[in-house]
Ligand binder design. Structure first.
Ligand code: ADP
Ligand code: MG
Length: 701
């Protein structure tokens, strides 16, 4: 068992701040504990002799054997809370649930108090929940250490929530729907224990089948990814993440920065962590129920059995919207259906056994399709008719589901008439919905979870690179006093094996001409200035310059830069070999550092299409080869790279390797805050990084 097991399965719980004055939090917590907790409850409050019939102690130290208290629940005023936690630590108590509010959520005094609380917890190595928490519950021991108004019923789902109010709402909702829980924790301000700790705990807990979370943020993205990845191999994690924000994006200087906002970082991070992310509370519990109640499918082919044409079509549409496939039946299935079903029935998927179908016909059809090896799961869609008993249908559905051990969901479309059948299904763990799209969505979640479980995590490749050279380039940028580096830092890419065109940055027309002669062909010339972010916007890029025009072009570029900003710092002009754009695709490869998840890579269609088409994808670095290739697969224009319309496909292997090499670069140098290679030209013969822009955090160098 994990290190938090006594938090959820205590034998002795002390309430510090217990009171019998009704309407207070201390009263609610004490009553809730007394109501159902199987162990001993101890009351602590210096102002009381007794509380709700319990003898009351002045402080934790005054208890007989205070060290045998497994959990101290703290409901004292904020000004004394830290002292109480010190006392708990002193007394040898390991688990503390701080319900008291008035910490980080209330401004600078509170934040300072939270800091002291954190220090006290560290000093005594306390497992501290909260502060500002509703409390914790655990059904096997009847533990309700919360001030909510309802206790959870038994189940296999463990649930953490950053909102206490949401827990009370969920419990009320769950009571009507037979949704049960193992443990529940209100995370509060997450001063000490956070989502990663509970994911780890429940991953080790044999009684937790599904982990659910409502999160507003994640304390430490990388540790969450590490922990969740491991846990999700055995226990699915379903999350709602609220509180989306674009604030980070508006402050960004690069394309990547603007496109990879924090919402996308969460998306990529939670995906990398192997969690199932949902958008709504309904989905959260739909997924939880089916994951807890049904086996995983061994493929993604679904069979539909229905007595109604319209709903059958709706279900088929929902399959089309999902990542499931309509199963293609084998010959045996067809011949049996032909034999057993009426002539008017449709024996092709979706199987329509028509309106006069009794429960028995449903069963035969379901049995036949589930027996087919090409069918991995089924959905039964039934509309009420005079000849159909939903209860009998449900019993037969359950029987066939259990017999074939393939996941089944039901859509009993009706109101009151559904209840008896729905109960039969629910008891057997077969989910039932009114809306066929929800049934299909839930089955699709099983498919997705199977995919997550099958994921093999490979280590990112480490390439042989010149790290020292890269450091020198970054440092020389820093020495110039600039946080913004451009094409003058192209060698940074060379140092990490990312190909760049031949060329150099020079500071006179004569030198420019010499470089052009060396290149021996028409060249591209670009103004180099930390004050000019988008060079072509101000006429700072000239493509296809013949050698004889190089000197004049140099002067022109400088004049244009001066016209744009008189006092711009001009480092010179870059003279660069031409890259064959006709045979290539301009892509963008970049990175933006996210406060929670760290370096976020972005890959997509580049050049002038960047903002117009916004066809790109993000991934948390470092990425493995498979993840890098996945980024390529992810963009809509992937066919363009793979040779659509008679073009030659680009050198995909080098492109994938370049993504991995950039991943290594930004992982090696936390000082790079954001970086854009736009365009990275991909051709059949390889890739060329034509442009570079990055922002440095000098303190991290
Ligand atoms: P910026 O993004 O600051 O405007 P770039 O260096 O990206 O400057 O150049 C703008 C565009 O010019 C590129 O998107 C590309 O289409 C073209 N270009 C730049 N360098 C080259 C090159 N070496 N060969 C061919 N085309 C180039
Ligand atoms: Mg560019």
């Amino acid at each position: 068992m994990g290190r938090l097991s006594t938090l959820f399965a205590p034998e002795r719980v002390a309430v510090v701040g217990a009171t019998d004055s009704e309407g207070s939090v201390g009263h609610a917590v004490t009553t809730n504990l007394l109501d159902s907790f199987a162990g001993e409850v101890v009351a602590v409050n210096p102002n009381k002799e007794t509380v709700l019939g319990l003898p009351c102690y002045d402080n934790l130290a005054g208890l007989e054997d205070p060290g045998s208290v497994d959990v101290a629940v703290v409901v004292v005023p904020p000004t004394v809370a830290v002292d109480v936690i010190e006392n708990a630590g002193e007394a040898g108590i390991e688990n503390v649930v701080v319900i008291t509010a008035g910490f980080g959520e209330t401004g600078s005094d509170g934040a300072e108090r939270e800091q002291r609380l954190r220090e006290a917890a560290r000093k005594y190595d306390l497992n501290l929940v909260g502060p500002n928490s509703l409390g914790v519950m655990s059904t096997p021991v009847g533990l309700n250490a919360t001030f909510g108004n309802e206790m959870a019923s038994d189940g296999d789902i463990s649930f953490m929530s950053q909102s206490g109010a949401f827990i009370t709402a969920v419990l009320d909702w769950a009571a009507e729907r037979d949704v049960g829980f193992k443990d529940i924790v209100s995370l509060g301000n997450k001063a000490v224990l956070d989502e990663s700790d509970f994911v780890a705990e429940w991953g080790d807990d044999p009684d937790t089948d599904v982990i659910l979370g409502y999160l507003e943020d994640i304390n430490d993205g990388s540790s969450f990814v590490q922990t969740a990845r491991e846990v999700t191999q055995d226990t699915p994690i379903v999350l709602v993440k609220s509180g989306r924000t674009d604030a980070g994006a508006s402050a960004a200087a690069s394309h990547t920065g603007a496109m990879a906002g924090s919402e996308r970082a969460y998306e990529a991070g939670l995906d990398k962590a192997g969690t199932l992310r949902v958008e709504s509370v309904q989905e959260l519990f739909d997924y939880a129920q089916i994951l807890a109640g049904q086996p995983l499918p061994d493929g993604d082919e679904i069979a539909i059995v229905t007595n109604a044409g319209g709903p059958g079509v709706m279900t088929t549409d929902a399959v089309g919207d999902s990542d499931l496939q309509l199963a293609q039946f084998g010959d045996k299935t067809f011949s049996r259906l032909r034999e057993e079903m009426p002539d008017e029935a449709n024996i092709y998927n979706p199987v329509d056994i028509i309106g006069d179908a009794p429960a028995e016909r449903f069963e035969t059809a379901l049995e036949t399709v589930l027996a087919d090896d090409n069918v991995s799961m089924a959905v039964v869609v039934a509309c009420p008719t005079a000849v159909l008993s939903f209860e009998e249908l449900s019993e037969r559905v359950v029987e066939q589901q259990e017999r074939f051990e393939k996941p089944v969901a039901a859509t009993l479309m009706g109101g009151k008439s559904v209840d008896a059948g729905a109960n039969v299904l629910s008891e057997a763990g077969v989910p039932n919905y009114f809306d066929p799209a929800r049934a299909v969505g839930s089955l699709d979640a099983l498919r997705r979870y199977r995919e997550i479980r099958a994921t093999e995590y490979e280590e990112p490749t480490t390439f042989d690179v010149d790290r020292e050279r890269a450091r020198e380039i970054l440092e020389s940028g820093a020495r110039r006093g600039s946080n913004r580096l451009g094409v003058e830092a192209m060698e940074l890419l060379d140092a990490y094996g990312i190909p760049t065109p031949q060329g150099d940055v020079v500071s006179s027309p004569v030198e420019a001409e010499a470089i052009a002669e060396e290149i021996g062909d028409d060249v591209v010339m670009k103004i180099v200035s930390p004050d000019i972010l988008h060079k072509s916007d101000i006429g700072g890029v000239e493509v296809g310059v013949p050698v004889e025009d190089v000197r004049d072009t140099y002067e022109d570029l400088v004049v244009r830069a001066r016209n744009y900003q008189e006092d711009a710092t001009i480092l010179g002009v870059q003279v660069q070999e031409m890259v064959d754009l006709d045979n290539g695709v301009e892509t963008i490869l970049g990175m933006n550092r996210d406060p929670q998840f760290g370096p976020l890579l972005l890959f997509g269609l580049g050049g002038i299409f960047v903002e117009v088409l916004e066809d790109n994808t993000v991934s948390v670095a470092p990425v493995s080869e498979t993840e890098a290739r996945g980024m390529l697969d992810d963009i809509d224009s992937a066919p363009l790279l793979r040779g659509a319309r008679g073009r030659d496909p680009v050198d995909e292997a080098t492109l994938v390797e370049t993504i991995q090499r950039l991943s290594q670069l930004v992982t090696d140098f936390p000082a790079i805050v954001e970086l854009d290679i736009n365009p990275l030209v991909a051709t059949p013969d390889g890739v060329q990084a034509v442009d570079l822009r990055l922002t440095l955090d000098q303190e991290k160098l």
